[in-house]
Design a binder for this molecule. Structure first.
Ligand code: FAD
Length: 510
């Protein structure tokens, strides 16, 4: 976290705002243009917006002091240099969000929706002179509906709080990013967050039934209800999920729940090579196994976690898999027996079962803290590659090879059961090569993943960090479709401009 020179957004900016005939202008002008205006801040428009907000919403928490605004400059992506927002607004109601967007549209000031700011792609990072709208005050669980197995929540609810609240009633909400104690449901919806149990229960999108969304001009829409089957028209719920605040601001969500599964049984498997651990992962997938957790840690990460938590992990191993079952006791034992067989077939050297659920919880918690364990060693630049699961062994080998060639330390961990790997480049805090090497290494990793049919981001999102590579993966036609959707929903380009979709003239093939 922390500040940095305001340059990335500004570098792509064209200062051509017309605060213009503000009050008379319809909030959103229907646009027949084929491309969006580039919107960047204008101090005059910004000042006018602040005055208008204070006038219309006198009770709104609006932070304009520099020291407060600095807290909204960065998310958790340490290598970006985003801008300083003009102000941070903390609305408490949907009506306030609606008014804020209407006024921002009128004054043509860009808006950054923000949850807890734990994102790893710069989606919630500030825009120089823009308005950040943080949903942290809208943090109520509105309803836990047993009859329909859904919960209705505001976006600022912290993921772990929702999990705990429904667990207290014998229910289960699946999505569990490693950051679950910090991140918000709104941010999870914004990024389509994954986590440790996606391998069995899917990503956030799979749990979203309906959203209340405020559009760029302040219009409030509801995309569905509590129906688990509903095919009336386009699937807008699924469109907004993962759009990283570029299409609308989510102010309420109806999410699915399930009956609480059994306490987890946990297995650790250690391997002499990374490739062997990858073979175990693809072996389990091919055998049709569906553990609730199938996580990988490489040697570097094992040591970092063990140095911090003193768990007695096998530090000679090149890789470790954390495998869990949440089936009832006897079935769990059988599922882990099958996992043991797959790991042994792949060459595992050591297999250890957690003594009980409490020990399993400890090991899972240590895995969740892998990123922070690496952060203790220097500046960490985390990637989010995804590959088809059969290619996990190949991708692990390529990551090592690329990092060795650039002489950079790498700790790879991730949701191997989903084919989702997080190679973390670890630099000394004052290493002058860090930015240059990161750029070169990640470009090579992206190309390698794409050559295997993979993706350059599996759960963290394109955001600001990866936007110039979007076309490399999706191709020009698909990006054009995305631009058309953005244009239809946000013709003035108010919402998180320059995130996900690169500015048109800067669109690159990586
Ligand atoms: C230690 C650590 C571990 C992590 N582990 C995981 C993991 O296992 N899996 C995973 O997927 N991610 C992980 N993350 C990344 C991050 O926690 C997720 O991306 C999370 O979903 C972000 O939630 P947030 O509330 O912090 O959102 P923010 O970072 O504030 O915002 C994320 C994006 O969502 C948009 N947004 C936020 N709120 C709204 C809203 N109400 N309406 C519309 N758009 C909105 C923002 O504009 C932004 O583009 C991890 C991060 C850290 C620091």
């Amino acid at each position: 976290m922390g500040g940095g020179p305001a340059r990335v957004d500004a570098a792509h900016a064209v200062v051509a705002l017309d605060p213009g005939p503000a009050a008379e202008t319809p909030a959103v002008t229907p646009s027949h243009a084929s491309s969006q205006p580039e919107i960047v801040p204008d101090p005059v428009a910004g000042a006018a917006l602040i005055r208008a907000i204070r006038e219309e919403l006198p009770d709104l928490a609006l932070l304009t002091e520099q020291v407060d605004r600095e807290s909204y400059r960065q998310d958790e992506t340490p290598y970006l240099h985003p801008g300083l927002p003009l102000a941070a607004a903390l609305p408490a109601t949907t009506a306030e969000v609606s008014a804020l967007l209407r006024l921002a549209s009128r004054h043509r000031v860009p808006v950054v929706p923000r949850g807890a700011g734990t994102g790893l792609s710069g989606g919630a990072a500030g825009i120089e002179g823009g308005l950040t709208i943080a949903l942290t005050k809208m943090h109520r669980i509105l309803e836990i509906d047993h009859a329909n197995m859904v919960a209705v929540v505001q976006p600022g609810v912290i993921n772990a709080e929702l999990k705990r609240a429904v667990a207290a009633e014998g229910l289960f909400y699946g999505p569990d990013p490693a950051s679950y104690e910090m991140c918000s449901i709104g941010g999870n919806l914004g990024t389509n967050a994954g986590g440790l149990c996606c391998v069995k229960y899917g990503q956030t999108r799979d749990w979203a039934l309906s959203l209340e969304v405020v559009l760029a001009d302040g219009t409030v829409i509801r995309t569905g209800g509590k129906n688990v089957k509903d095919v009336a028209g386009y699937g807008l719920t699924q469109l907004f999920v993962g759009s990283q605040g570029t299409l609308g601001i989510i102010t309420e969500a109806t999410v699915r729940l399930r009956p609480a599964p059994s306490p987890r049984s946990t297995l650790l498997a250690f391997f002499p090579t990374l490739e062997a651990s990858g073979r175990a992962v693809s072996g389990m997938t091919a055998a049709g196994m569906q553990p609730v957790t199938l996580e990988l840690l490489d040697r570097f990460t094992i040591a970092a976690v063990d140095d911090w938590h003193h768990l007695g992990l096998d530090r000679d191993a090149a890789a470790m898999l954390l495998i869990e079952s949440d089936l009832p006791a006897a079935a769990a034992s059988l599922e882990l027996d099958r996992a043991v067989a797959a790991c042994e077939a792949a060459g595992a050297t050591l297999l250890v079962r957690a003594a009980d659920a409490a020990e399993g919880d400890l090991l899972r918690q240590a895995r969740r803290l892998a990123y922070q364990a690496l952060e203790r060693l220097g500046t960490v630049k985390m990637e989010d590659i995804g590959v088809p699961r059969s290619r996990v062994p190949d991708m692990l080998v390529v990551i090592e090879e690329i990092c060795a060639r650039y002489d950079v330390r790498v700790g790879t961990f991730g949701h191997a059961g989903d084919g989702n790997l997080h190679p973390n480049l670890v630099f000394a805090r004052d290493d002058p090569r860090a930015e240059e090497v990161t750029e070169a290494v990640r470009a090579e990793m992206y190309r390698a993943a794409l050559s295997m049919g993979g993706t350059l981001t599996a759960e963290h999102g394109i955001g600001l960090a990866r936007r110039d590579f979007l076309e490399l993966q999706r191709g020009a036609e698909v990006v054009a479709v995305m631009r058309a959707i953005k244009l239809a929903l946000d013709p003035l380009n108010i919402l998180n401009p320059g995130r996900v979709l690169p500015p048109e003239r800067a669109s690159a093939t990586g």
